[in-house]
Design a protein around this ligand. Structure first.
Ligand code: KIV
Length: 293
């Protein structure tokens, strides 16, 4: 149960959570309360997780793989990200909404990075943006933050660099790689990032970094020592069948559920059990007689 997010009541007596902000993130870290984050790409999912009380929703570029069926995250565009961001923003009113900057939307120049980050807030309904990389992105982070846009960093396994990393592999496993990763975390903190995703890094290292920096770390495959956790929702729900990373815990098996619902539907239609009387619109006998006379 979330203990941090204060609630208020609107006029129709419906419980409304107070909006989660970067300040909430900071306070949760200070109080040692775990921050919860999930990915969403559409209106009903965002609505359900907002209602469940998640602190933050990431419109992740994992969209490319788990929704659009690409091999990796590289093909997804700014326009596609914004399309899904708007749907999520219509569904979630309390969680802090983070738009994931897609490949090539922030790497070319600092100016383009600021412009595209701004589009997430102006045209996508997001509250913050996330981007991948450490020291090489410090200028972009500084400039985006300077424009008044909160930035979440992302270190460790950075999927947009899949070709450079030689695959989706854990990072920071040697002393020198760990040292570089820790330095990058401090650089992002100094550049003004409000939070940091640590993906697929050794738990010891993630815990060490979390203790050494003042901004909250959000782990995915980085152990329990982070200040919060994020999962790709399609992994958590068992909706994405192609592969499941070792660090994912499945909380449901929606792929099997969907498969059953679809085969039941086909069966019902073919055997004429559906639609039944209760699914059918009727007209009065008088109107019918009038019609056929
Ligand atoms: O795109 C995404 O879903 C992400 C999470 C894995 C953090 O970046």
């Amino acid at each position: 149960m979330s203990t941090v997010t204060p609630v208020s009541t609107n006029t129709s007596q419906q419980v409304v959570r107070k909006k989660v902000t970067t300040l909430t993130f900071r306070q949760k870290k200070e109080r040692g309360e775990a921050i919860t984050m999930l990915t969403a790409y559409d209106y009903p999912t965002a609505m359900a997780m907002d209602k469940a009380g998640v602190d933050s929703i990431l419109v992740g570029d994992s969209l490319a793989m788990v929704v659009l069926g690409y091999e990796n995250t590289l093909p997804v565009t700014m326009d596609e990200m914004l399309h899904h961001a708007r749907a999520v923003a219509r569904g979630a009113k309390s969680a802090m909404l983070v738009g994931d900057m897609p490949f090539m939307s922030y790497q070319i120049s600092v100016e383009e990075a600021v412009r595209n980050a701004g589009r997430f807030l102006q045209n996508g309904g997001m509250d913050a943006v996330k981007l991948e990389g450490g020291r090489e992105r410090a200028d972009a982070v500084r400039a985006i933050v300077g424009a008044g846009i909160p930035v979440m960093g992302h270190l460790g396994l950075t999927p947009q660099s899949v070709h450079q990393l030689g695959g989706f592999r854990a990072q920071g496993k040697t002393a020198s790689a760990a040292k570089r990763l820790f330095e990058d975390a401090k650089i992002l903190e100094e550049a003004g990032a409000f939070s940091l995703v640590l993906e697929a890094v050794p738990a010891k290292l993630a815990e060490y970094i979390s203790k050494q920096i003042s901004i909250p770390t959000i782990g995915i495959g980085a152990g329990a020592g982070c200040d919060g956790q994020v999962l790709v929702t399609h992994d958590l729900l068992g909706l994405f069948e192609r592969f499941t990373p070792k660090f994912v815990k499945r909380f449901a098996n929606f792929h099997a559920e969907m498969n059953k619902a679809f085969t039941d539907y086909i069966d019902d239609v073919e055997s004429k059990r559906f639609p039944a009387v209760e699914h059918t619109v009727e007209m009065t006998d008088e109107e019918w007689k009038e019609f056929i006379k």
